[in-house]
Design a protein around this ligand. Structure first.
Ligand SMILES: Cc1cc2nc3c(=O)[nH]c(=O)nc-3n(C[C@H](O)[C@H](O)[C@H](O)COP(=O)(O)OP(=O)(O)OC[C@H]3O[C@@H](n4cnc5c(N)ncnc54)[C@H](O)[C@@H]3O)c2cc1C
Length: 461
Protein backbone atom coordinates (compact mmCIF):
# COMPACT_ATOMS: atom_id res chain seq x y z
CA UNK A 1 0.00 0.00 0.00
CA UNK A 2 3.04 2.26 0.18
CA UNK A 3 2.40 3.57 -3.31
CA UNK A 4 -0.84 5.24 -2.18
CA UNK A 5 -0.68 8.94 -1.25
CA UNK A 6 -4.04 8.75 0.54
CA UNK A 7 -6.62 6.30 1.83
CA UNK A 8 -9.56 7.98 0.14
CA UNK A 9 -10.24 10.54 -2.57
CA UNK A 10 -13.84 11.71 -2.78
CA UNK A 11 -14.95 13.34 -6.04
CA UNK A 12 -17.70 15.86 -5.31
CA UNK A 13 -18.33 17.83 -2.10
CA UNK A 14 -22.10 17.52 -2.07
CA UNK A 15 -24.40 15.79 0.41
CA UNK A 16 -23.03 12.27 -0.08
CA UNK A 17 -19.36 13.15 -0.59
CA UNK A 18 -19.04 15.47 2.41
CA UNK A 19 -20.64 12.97 4.77
CA UNK A 20 -18.49 10.10 3.49
CA UNK A 21 -15.28 12.17 3.75
CA UNK A 22 -15.97 13.32 7.32
CA UNK A 23 -16.93 9.89 8.63
CA UNK A 24 -13.98 8.20 6.90
CA UNK A 25 -11.59 10.79 8.37
CA UNK A 26 -13.17 10.12 11.77
CA UNK A 27 -12.08 6.50 11.40
CA UNK A 28 -8.53 7.72 10.88
CA UNK A 29 -8.41 7.62 7.08
CA UNK A 30 -6.29 10.15 5.16
CA UNK A 31 -8.92 11.83 2.99
CA UNK A 32 -9.02 14.42 0.21
CA UNK A 33 -12.24 15.74 -1.27
CA UNK A 34 -12.26 17.43 -4.69
CA UNK A 35 -14.94 19.95 -5.62
CA UNK A 36 -15.09 21.76 -8.94
CA UNK A 37 -17.74 24.34 -7.99
CA UNK A 38 -18.84 25.11 -4.43
CA UNK A 39 -18.68 23.06 -1.23
CA UNK A 40 -22.13 21.82 -0.23
CA UNK A 41 -23.20 20.58 -3.65
CA UNK A 42 -26.65 20.79 -5.14
CA UNK A 43 -28.60 20.70 -1.88
CA UNK A 44 -26.88 23.67 -0.28
CA UNK A 45 -25.94 25.74 -3.31
CA UNK A 46 -28.75 25.25 -5.84
CA UNK A 47 -31.25 22.74 -4.50
CA UNK A 48 -33.11 22.05 -1.26
CA UNK A 49 -31.86 24.98 0.81
CA UNK A 50 -32.21 27.96 -1.57
CA UNK A 51 -35.44 26.43 -2.82
CA UNK A 52 -36.92 26.25 0.67
CA UNK A 53 -35.95 29.89 1.26
CA UNK A 54 -37.83 30.84 -1.90
CA UNK A 55 -40.76 28.70 -0.74
CA UNK A 56 -40.87 30.60 2.56
CA UNK A 57 -40.82 33.90 0.65
CA UNK A 58 -43.63 32.82 -1.67
CA UNK A 59 -45.98 31.85 1.14
CA UNK A 60 -46.14 35.30 2.73
CA UNK A 61 -48.64 36.50 0.11
CA UNK A 62 -51.35 34.18 1.47
CA UNK A 63 -50.39 34.98 5.04
CA UNK A 64 -50.82 38.73 4.41
CA UNK A 65 -54.22 38.09 2.86
CA UNK A 66 -55.34 35.82 5.69
CA UNK A 67 -54.12 38.26 8.34
CA UNK A 68 -56.91 40.70 7.47
CA UNK A 69 -59.55 38.10 8.35
CA UNK A 70 -57.87 37.68 11.72
CA UNK A 71 -58.16 41.37 12.45
CA UNK A 72 -54.87 42.76 11.21
CA UNK A 73 -54.61 45.87 9.09
CA UNK A 74 -51.58 45.96 6.84
CA UNK A 75 -50.30 48.43 4.34
CA UNK A 76 -50.20 46.96 0.88
CA UNK A 77 -47.26 44.53 1.00
CA UNK A 78 -44.64 44.85 -1.71
CA UNK A 79 -42.12 42.25 -2.74
CA UNK A 80 -38.55 42.84 -3.91
CA UNK A 81 -36.89 39.94 -5.74
CA UNK A 82 -33.30 41.30 -5.71
CA UNK A 83 -33.48 41.62 -1.90
CA UNK A 84 -34.62 38.01 -1.57
CA UNK A 85 -31.89 36.74 -3.91
CA UNK A 86 -29.15 38.79 -2.19
CA UNK A 87 -30.23 37.54 1.26
CA UNK A 88 -30.46 33.98 -0.04
CA UNK A 89 -26.93 34.24 -1.49
CA UNK A 90 -25.61 35.51 1.83
CA UNK A 91 -27.15 32.56 3.66
CA UNK A 92 -25.78 30.06 1.12
CA UNK A 93 -22.29 31.58 1.50
CA UNK A 94 -22.59 31.17 5.29
CA UNK A 95 -23.57 27.52 4.92
CA UNK A 96 -20.80 26.86 2.40
CA UNK A 97 -18.29 28.23 4.89
CA UNK A 98 -19.74 26.05 7.66
CA UNK A 99 -19.40 22.96 5.45
CA UNK A 100 -15.81 23.87 4.58
CA UNK A 101 -14.93 24.44 8.24
CA UNK A 102 -16.47 21.12 9.25
CA UNK A 103 -14.40 19.32 6.63
CA UNK A 104 -11.23 21.04 7.87
CA UNK A 105 -12.06 20.22 11.50
CA UNK A 106 -12.51 16.57 10.56
CA UNK A 107 -9.03 16.61 9.01
CA UNK A 108 -10.23 16.28 5.41
CA UNK A 109 -8.09 18.02 2.77
CA UNK A 110 -10.09 20.07 0.27
CA UNK A 111 -9.02 20.55 -3.37
CA UNK A 112 -11.03 23.17 -5.25
CA UNK A 113 -10.67 21.41 -8.59
CA UNK A 114 -12.36 19.22 -11.11
CA UNK A 115 -11.19 15.62 -10.59
CA UNK A 116 -10.92 12.96 -13.25
CA UNK A 117 -10.27 9.26 -12.91
CA UNK A 118 -7.12 8.08 -14.65
CA UNK A 119 -7.24 4.47 -13.48
CA UNK A 120 -8.75 2.46 -10.64
CA UNK A 121 -6.46 4.11 -8.07
CA UNK A 122 -5.47 7.43 -9.66
CA UNK A 123 -7.30 10.75 -9.70
CA UNK A 124 -6.05 13.77 -11.60
CA UNK A 125 -6.83 17.22 -10.21
CA UNK A 126 -7.30 19.56 -13.14
CA UNK A 127 -6.58 22.80 -11.23
CA UNK A 128 -2.87 22.04 -10.76
CA UNK A 129 -2.60 18.91 -12.89
CA UNK A 130 -1.74 16.89 -9.80
CA UNK A 131 -2.05 13.11 -9.77
CA UNK A 132 -3.08 11.42 -6.55
CA UNK A 133 -2.90 7.71 -5.87
CA UNK A 134 -5.57 6.55 -3.43
CA UNK A 135 -6.41 3.23 -1.90
CA UNK A 136 -10.12 3.97 -2.34
CA UNK A 137 -12.06 6.39 -4.54
CA UNK A 138 -15.63 7.56 -3.99
CA UNK A 139 -17.62 9.02 -6.87
CA UNK A 140 -20.18 11.48 -5.48
CA UNK A 141 -20.62 13.80 -8.44
CA UNK A 142 -24.40 14.17 -8.26
CA UNK A 143 -26.68 14.98 -11.16
CA UNK A 144 -27.29 17.81 -13.62
CA UNK A 145 -30.49 19.21 -15.19
CA UNK A 146 -31.43 17.41 -18.40
CA UNK A 147 -32.54 19.92 -21.03
CA UNK A 148 -34.04 17.50 -23.53
CA UNK A 149 -32.99 16.85 -27.08
CA UNK A 150 -32.17 20.35 -28.22
CA UNK A 151 -35.29 22.12 -29.46
CA UNK A 152 -34.93 25.32 -31.49
CA UNK A 153 -34.22 28.19 -29.13
CA UNK A 154 -32.97 26.01 -26.25
CA UNK A 155 -30.35 28.71 -25.53
CA UNK A 156 -33.19 30.90 -24.19
CA UNK A 157 -34.31 28.24 -21.71
CA UNK A 158 -33.11 28.14 -18.10
CA UNK A 159 -32.97 25.27 -15.59
CA UNK A 160 -33.41 25.40 -11.81
CA UNK A 161 -29.70 26.33 -11.58
CA UNK A 162 -30.30 29.70 -13.24
CA UNK A 163 -33.72 30.24 -11.63
CA UNK A 164 -31.89 30.96 -8.37
CA UNK A 165 -29.98 33.81 -10.00
CA UNK A 166 -32.55 35.63 -12.14
CA UNK A 167 -31.95 39.36 -11.91
CA UNK A 168 -35.66 40.10 -11.73
CA UNK A 169 -38.86 38.24 -10.99
CA UNK A 170 -40.40 37.20 -14.33
CA UNK A 171 -43.85 38.69 -14.87
CA UNK A 172 -44.76 35.61 -16.94
CA UNK A 173 -42.96 32.27 -16.71
CA UNK A 174 -43.55 28.95 -18.47
CA UNK A 175 -42.15 25.86 -16.75
CA UNK A 176 -41.94 22.54 -18.58
CA UNK A 177 -41.99 19.42 -16.39
CA UNK A 178 -44.31 17.60 -14.05
CA UNK A 179 -41.96 16.39 -11.33
CA UNK A 180 -41.45 17.84 -7.87
CA UNK A 181 -38.97 20.52 -8.95
CA UNK A 182 -41.34 21.76 -11.68
CA UNK A 183 -44.37 22.02 -9.39
CA UNK A 184 -42.36 23.58 -6.57
CA UNK A 185 -41.01 26.35 -8.81
CA UNK A 186 -44.46 26.86 -10.35
CA UNK A 187 -45.86 27.47 -6.85
CA UNK A 188 -42.90 29.66 -5.82
CA UNK A 189 -43.25 31.98 -8.81
CA UNK A 190 -47.06 32.06 -8.52
CA UNK A 191 -46.80 32.92 -4.82
CA UNK A 192 -44.42 35.76 -5.59
CA UNK A 193 -46.82 37.18 -8.17
CA UNK A 194 -45.71 35.77 -11.55
CA UNK A 195 -48.20 34.51 -14.10
CA UNK A 196 -47.30 30.82 -14.32
CA UNK A 197 -47.95 28.20 -17.01
CA UNK A 198 -46.90 24.61 -16.34
CA UNK A 199 -46.54 22.35 -19.37
CA UNK A 200 -46.20 18.62 -18.92
CA UNK A 201 -46.15 15.84 -21.52
CA UNK A 202 -47.92 13.20 -19.34
CA UNK A 203 -51.55 12.79 -18.31
CA UNK A 204 -51.10 14.46 -14.94
CA UNK A 205 -48.37 16.08 -12.85
CA UNK A 206 -46.29 14.21 -10.23
CA UNK A 207 -46.02 10.81 -11.89
CA UNK A 208 -45.33 8.11 -9.31
CA UNK A 209 -47.26 9.86 -6.51
CA UNK A 210 -50.66 8.67 -5.30
CA UNK A 211 -53.39 9.61 -7.80
CA UNK A 212 -55.49 11.43 -5.19
CA UNK A 213 -52.48 13.62 -4.31
CA UNK A 214 -51.79 14.37 -7.99
CA UNK A 215 -55.37 15.40 -8.68
CA UNK A 216 -55.61 17.40 -5.48
CA UNK A 217 -52.42 19.35 -6.16
CA UNK A 218 -53.43 20.11 -9.73
CA UNK A 219 -56.84 21.38 -8.58
CA UNK A 220 -55.27 23.55 -5.88
CA UNK A 221 -52.61 24.93 -8.24
CA UNK A 222 -55.29 25.83 -10.77
CA UNK A 223 -57.39 27.41 -8.04
CA UNK A 224 -54.38 29.59 -7.23
CA UNK A 225 -54.24 30.73 -10.84
CA UNK A 226 -51.49 28.47 -12.26
CA UNK A 227 -52.31 27.31 -15.77
CA UNK A 228 -51.55 23.57 -15.98
CA UNK A 229 -51.34 22.18 -19.52
CA UNK A 230 -50.86 18.40 -19.74
CA UNK A 231 -50.22 16.12 -22.74
CA UNK A 232 -48.20 18.83 -24.51
CA UNK A 233 -44.53 19.61 -24.91
CA UNK A 234 -42.54 22.69 -25.80
CA UNK A 235 -41.44 22.39 -29.44
CA UNK A 236 -39.58 25.68 -29.92
CA UNK A 237 -38.73 28.92 -28.16
CA UNK A 238 -38.19 32.13 -30.11
CA UNK A 239 -37.06 35.54 -28.91
CA UNK A 240 -39.66 38.16 -29.88
CA UNK A 241 -40.16 41.83 -28.99
CA UNK A 242 -42.55 41.07 -26.14
CA UNK A 243 -40.40 38.31 -24.60
CA UNK A 244 -40.09 34.63 -25.52
CA UNK A 245 -42.62 32.97 -27.78
CA UNK A 246 -43.11 29.32 -26.84
CA UNK A 247 -44.55 26.97 -29.42
CA UNK A 248 -46.36 24.00 -27.93
CA UNK A 249 -46.94 20.64 -29.63
CA UNK A 250 -50.57 21.56 -30.38
CA UNK A 251 -49.17 24.62 -32.25
CA UNK A 252 -50.48 26.96 -29.61
CA UNK A 253 -48.13 29.90 -28.92
CA UNK A 254 -47.59 31.42 -25.48
CA UNK A 255 -45.53 34.55 -24.91
CA UNK A 256 -43.68 34.75 -21.59
CA UNK A 257 -40.59 36.42 -20.11
CA UNK A 258 -38.83 33.30 -18.87
CA UNK A 259 -38.91 29.65 -19.92
CA UNK A 260 -37.62 27.05 -17.47
CA UNK A 261 -37.22 23.31 -18.02
CA UNK A 262 -37.42 20.95 -15.05
CA UNK A 263 -37.49 17.78 -17.09
CA UNK A 264 -35.41 15.47 -14.95
CA UNK A 265 -31.79 15.29 -13.85
CA UNK A 266 -29.02 13.17 -15.39
CA UNK A 267 -26.14 11.52 -13.49
CA UNK A 268 -23.03 13.70 -13.60
CA UNK A 269 -20.58 11.33 -15.31
CA UNK A 270 -19.50 13.20 -18.45
CA UNK A 271 -15.74 13.27 -18.91
CA UNK A 272 -15.15 11.65 -15.54
CA UNK A 273 -12.95 8.87 -16.94
CA UNK A 274 -15.25 6.06 -15.80
CA UNK A 275 -14.29 3.78 -18.67
CA UNK A 276 -10.56 4.17 -18.07
CA UNK A 277 -11.09 3.17 -14.45
CA UNK A 278 -13.35 0.24 -15.35
CA UNK A 279 -16.54 1.71 -13.82
CA UNK A 280 -19.72 0.54 -15.55
CA UNK A 281 -22.81 2.70 -16.05
CA UNK A 282 -26.37 1.44 -16.55
CA UNK A 283 -28.73 2.22 -19.44
CA UNK A 284 -29.73 5.51 -17.79
CA UNK A 285 -26.10 6.61 -17.59
CA UNK A 286 -25.94 6.15 -13.81
CA UNK A 287 -22.97 4.49 -12.10
CA UNK A 288 -23.93 0.88 -11.42
CA UNK A 289 -23.57 -0.10 -7.77
CA UNK A 290 -24.50 -2.95 -5.46
CA UNK A 291 -26.22 -2.42 -2.11
CA UNK A 292 -22.87 -1.49 -0.51
CA UNK A 293 -22.37 1.19 -3.21
CA UNK A 294 -19.53 -0.84 -4.80
CA UNK A 295 -19.02 -0.18 -8.51
CA UNK A 296 -17.73 -2.67 -11.05
CA UNK A 297 -14.16 -1.49 -10.29
CA UNK A 298 -12.69 -2.83 -7.06
CA UNK A 299 -11.90 0.00 -4.60
CA UNK A 300 -14.19 2.49 -6.37
CA UNK A 301 -17.56 3.22 -4.77
CA UNK A 302 -20.32 5.65 -5.76
CA UNK A 303 -23.08 7.29 -3.73
CA UNK A 304 -25.88 9.81 -4.22
CA UNK A 305 -27.60 11.08 -7.34
CA UNK A 306 -24.85 9.79 -9.65
CA UNK A 307 -26.14 6.27 -8.88
CA UNK A 308 -29.79 7.23 -9.57
CA UNK A 309 -31.27 5.23 -6.71
CA UNK A 310 -33.41 7.73 -4.77
CA UNK A 311 -32.27 11.26 -5.63
CA UNK A 312 -32.73 12.96 -2.27
CA UNK A 313 -30.26 14.61 0.09
CA UNK A 314 -30.89 12.40 3.15
CA UNK A 315 -30.48 9.31 0.97
CA UNK A 316 -27.14 10.54 -0.44
CA UNK A 317 -25.99 11.30 3.12
CA UNK A 318 -27.01 7.85 4.36
CA UNK A 319 -25.26 6.16 1.43
CA UNK A 320 -22.09 8.19 2.07
CA UNK A 321 -22.16 7.32 5.77
CA UNK A 322 -22.77 3.62 5.06
CA UNK A 323 -19.84 3.60 2.63
CA UNK A 324 -17.47 5.04 5.26
CA UNK A 325 -18.71 2.61 7.93
CA UNK A 326 -18.24 -0.30 5.56
CA UNK A 327 -14.83 0.55 4.14
CA UNK A 328 -13.11 2.37 7.01
CA UNK A 329 -15.15 1.46 10.10
CA UNK A 330 -15.11 -2.28 9.59
CA UNK A 331 -18.93 -2.28 9.90
CA UNK A 332 -20.50 -3.46 6.64
CA UNK A 333 -23.62 -1.29 6.24
CA UNK A 334 -26.03 -0.97 3.34
CA UNK A 335 -28.25 2.12 3.17
CA UNK A 336 -31.90 1.16 3.51
CA UNK A 337 -34.01 2.45 0.63
CA UNK A 338 -37.34 1.09 1.86
CA UNK A 339 -40.06 3.42 3.17
CA UNK A 340 -38.21 6.69 2.62
CA UNK A 341 -40.44 9.60 3.65
CA UNK A 342 -40.36 12.54 1.29
CA UNK A 343 -41.94 15.92 0.71
CA UNK A 344 -42.87 18.23 -2.13
CA UNK A 345 -42.76 21.88 -1.14
CA UNK A 346 -45.55 22.89 -3.46
CA UNK A 347 -48.43 25.02 -2.28
CA UNK A 348 -50.16 23.11 -0.77
CA UNK A 349 -47.31 21.01 0.52
CA UNK A 350 -47.10 17.22 0.19
CA UNK A 351 -45.69 14.58 2.54
CA UNK A 352 -45.63 10.91 1.59
CA UNK A 353 -44.21 7.59 2.69
CA UNK A 354 -44.64 4.06 1.44
CA UNK A 355 -46.93 2.62 -1.19
CA UNK A 356 -49.51 4.47 -3.23
CA UNK A 357 -52.98 2.97 -3.45
CA UNK A 358 -52.20 1.63 -6.94
CA UNK A 359 -48.90 0.03 -5.87
CA UNK A 360 -50.51 -1.55 -2.80
CA UNK A 361 -53.31 -3.04 -4.87
CA UNK A 362 -50.73 -4.67 -7.14
CA UNK A 363 -48.78 -6.18 -4.24
CA UNK A 364 -51.45 -7.01 -1.64
CA UNK A 365 -54.70 -8.99 -2.10
CA UNK A 366 -56.72 -6.92 0.38
CA UNK A 367 -56.15 -3.19 0.72
CA UNK A 368 -58.11 -0.79 2.90
CA UNK A 369 -58.09 2.93 2.21
CA UNK A 370 -58.82 5.54 4.85
CA UNK A 371 -59.24 8.97 3.38
CA UNK A 372 -60.37 12.36 4.57
CA UNK A 373 -60.54 15.77 2.96
CA UNK A 374 -61.48 18.84 4.91
CA UNK A 375 -61.06 22.59 5.17
CA UNK A 376 -58.54 23.45 7.85
CA UNK A 377 -59.75 25.43 10.86
CA UNK A 378 -57.66 28.40 9.75
CA UNK A 379 -59.13 28.35 6.23
CA UNK A 380 -62.71 27.64 7.24
CA UNK A 381 -62.63 30.63 9.60
CA UNK A 382 -61.76 32.83 6.62
CA UNK A 383 -64.40 31.25 4.39
CA UNK A 384 -61.65 29.85 2.12
CA UNK A 385 -62.06 26.90 -0.20
CA UNK A 386 -58.62 25.22 0.06
CA UNK A 387 -58.85 21.65 1.35
CA UNK A 388 -56.42 19.27 3.00
CA UNK A 389 -56.28 15.58 2.07
CA UNK A 390 -54.95 12.68 4.14
CA UNK A 391 -54.92 9.09 3.07
CA UNK A 392 -53.76 5.87 4.71
CA UNK A 393 -53.15 2.74 2.67
CA UNK A 394 -53.50 -0.33 4.91
CA UNK A 395 -52.89 -4.03 4.33
CA UNK A 396 -56.32 -5.54 5.03
CA UNK A 397 -54.78 -8.83 6.11
CA UNK A 398 -52.13 -7.70 8.62
CA UNK A 399 -53.51 -4.21 9.41
CA UNK A 400 -50.04 -2.77 8.69
CA UNK A 401 -49.95 0.79 7.34
CA UNK A 402 -48.36 0.48 3.89
CA UNK A 403 -48.49 4.13 2.89
CA UNK A 404 -49.49 7.58 4.02
CA UNK A 405 -50.18 10.51 1.71
CA UNK A 406 -50.82 14.02 2.97
CA UNK A 407 -51.38 17.27 1.11
CA UNK A 408 -51.95 20.49 3.00
CA UNK A 409 -50.19 22.78 5.47
CA UNK A 410 -47.20 21.24 7.30
CA UNK A 411 -47.50 17.92 5.45
CA UNK A 412 -43.68 17.62 5.30
CA UNK A 413 -43.31 18.01 9.06
CA UNK A 414 -46.09 15.48 9.68
CA UNK A 415 -44.66 12.81 7.41
CA UNK A 416 -41.22 13.05 9.03
CA UNK A 417 -42.74 12.10 12.39
CA UNK A 418 -45.37 9.62 11.22
CA UNK A 419 -42.64 8.08 9.04
CA UNK A 420 -40.94 6.71 12.16
CA UNK A 421 -44.03 4.75 13.15
CA UNK A 422 -44.60 3.47 9.63
CA UNK A 423 -40.94 2.49 9.26
CA UNK A 424 -41.31 0.55 12.52
CA UNK A 425 -44.26 -1.34 11.03
CA UNK A 426 -47.15 0.48 12.70
CA UNK A 427 -50.62 -0.96 12.21
CA UNK A 428 -53.82 0.99 11.77
CA UNK A 429 -54.74 -0.17 15.29
CA UNK A 430 -51.55 1.51 16.60
CA UNK A 431 -52.64 4.81 15.05
CA UNK A 432 -56.14 4.35 16.49
CA UNK A 433 -54.66 3.73 19.93
CA UNK A 434 -52.70 6.99 19.80
CA UNK A 435 -54.45 9.88 21.51
CA UNK A 436 -55.18 12.86 19.25
CA UNK A 437 -53.58 16.24 19.87
CA UNK A 438 -56.39 18.73 19.64
CA UNK A 439 -56.95 21.04 17.84
CA UNK A 440 -54.39 20.18 15.15
CA UNK A 441 -54.42 19.07 11.54
CA UNK A 442 -52.35 15.98 12.29
CA UNK A 443 -54.98 14.61 14.68
CA UNK A 444 -56.94 13.47 11.62
CA UNK A 445 -54.20 10.87 11.07
CA UNK A 446 -55.21 9.07 14.25
CA UNK A 447 -58.95 9.65 14.07
CA UNK A 448 -59.88 8.15 10.70
CA UNK A 449 -62.17 5.35 11.83
CA UNK A 450 -64.05 4.22 8.74
CA UNK A 451 -62.68 2.43 5.71
CA UNK A 452 -63.50 4.59 2.70
CA UNK A 453 -62.63 1.94 0.12
CA UNK A 454 -61.80 -1.75 0.37
CA UNK A 455 -60.07 -3.50 -2.52
CA UNK A 456 -60.14 -7.29 -2.45
CA UNK A 457 -58.44 -9.12 -5.28
CA UNK A 458 -60.52 -12.10 -6.41
CA UNK A 459 -58.58 -15.40 -6.43
CA UNK A 460 -57.82 -16.58 -9.99
CA UNK A 461 -60.39 -19.15 -11.21
C1 LIG B 1 -33.93 22.43 -7.33
C2 LIG B 1 -33.68 21.22 -6.47
C3 LIG B 1 -34.37 21.06 -5.30
C4 LIG B 1 -34.15 19.95 -4.51
N1 LIG B 1 -34.88 19.83 -3.35
C5 LIG B 1 -34.67 18.77 -2.55
C6 LIG B 1 -35.38 18.65 -1.34
O1 LIG B 1 -36.22 19.48 -0.99
N2 LIG B 1 -35.11 17.59 -0.54
C7 LIG B 1 -34.19 16.63 -0.89
O2 LIG B 1 -33.97 15.69 -0.12
N3 LIG B 1 -33.51 16.71 -2.05
C8 LIG B 1 -33.72 17.77 -2.88
N4 LIG B 1 -33.01 17.88 -4.04
C9 LIG B 1 -32.09 16.79 -4.42
C10 LIG B 1 -30.76 16.91 -3.69
O3 LIG B 1 -30.22 18.19 -3.88
C11 LIG B 1 -29.81 15.85 -4.21
O4 LIG B 1 -30.41 14.59 -4.11
C12 LIG B 1 -28.49 15.82 -3.43
O5 LIG B 1 -27.86 17.07 -3.46
C13 LIG B 1 -27.57 14.73 -4.00
O6 LIG B 1 -26.33 14.75 -3.35
P1 LIG B 1 -25.04 14.17 -4.06
O7 LIG B 1 -23.98 14.15 -3.02
O8 LIG B 1 -25.36 12.92 -4.77
O9 LIG B 1 -24.69 15.22 -5.21
P2 LIG B 1 -24.54 16.79 -5.20
O10 LIG B 1 -25.08 17.41 -3.99
O11 LIG B 1 -25.10 17.23 -6.52
O12 LIG B 1 -22.98 17.03 -5.19
C14 LIG B 1 -22.15 16.67 -6.26
C15 LIG B 1 -20.96 17.61 -6.26
O13 LIG B 1 -19.96 17.08 -7.12
C16 LIG B 1 -19.34 18.15 -7.81
N5 LIG B 1 -18.70 17.55 -8.99
C17 LIG B 1 -19.29 16.95 -10.04
N6 LIG B 1 -18.35 16.45 -10.87
C18 LIG B 1 -17.14 16.74 -10.32
C19 LIG B 1 -15.78 16.46 -10.69
N7 LIG B 1 -15.49 15.75 -11.79
N8 LIG B 1 -14.79 16.91 -9.90
C20 LIG B 1 -15.05 17.62 -8.77
N9 LIG B 1 -16.31 17.90 -8.37
C21 LIG B 1 -17.35 17.45 -9.13
C22 LIG B 1 -20.48 19.10 -8.11
O14 LIG B 1 -20.02 20.40 -8.37
C23 LIG B 1 -21.28 18.99 -6.82
O15 LIG B 1 -20.88 19.97 -5.88
C24 LIG B 1 -33.19 18.99 -4.88
C25 LIG B 1 -32.48 19.14 -6.06
C26 LIG B 1 -32.72 20.25 -6.85
C27 LIG B 1 -31.93 20.41 -8.13
Amino acid sequence: MADHDLDLVVIGAGSGGVRAARIAAGYGARVLIAEEYRVGGTCVIRGCVPKKLLVYASRFADEFEDAAGYGWTLQEPRFNWPTLIANKDREIARLELAYTTNLERAGVKLAKSRAILEDAHTVRLRADDRRIRAKHILIATGAWPGMGTGIAGIEHVISSNEAFHLTELPRRILIQGGGYIAVEFACIFAGLGSEVTLVYRGENILRGFDDDIRTHLRTEMERRGIKVICKRIVEAVEKVDRGLCVELSDHDDIVVDTVMFATGRRPNVKGLGLETAGVRVNDKGAVEVDRFSRTSAPHIHAVGDVTDRIALTPVAIREGHAFADTVFGNRPTAADHVNVPTAVFSDPEIGVIGLTETQAREDFPKVDIYKTTFRTMKTAFLGGEARMLMKLVVDGASDRVLGCHIIGPDAAEMIQVLGIAIKMGATKADLDATMAVHPTLAEELVTMRTVTERHVRQAAE
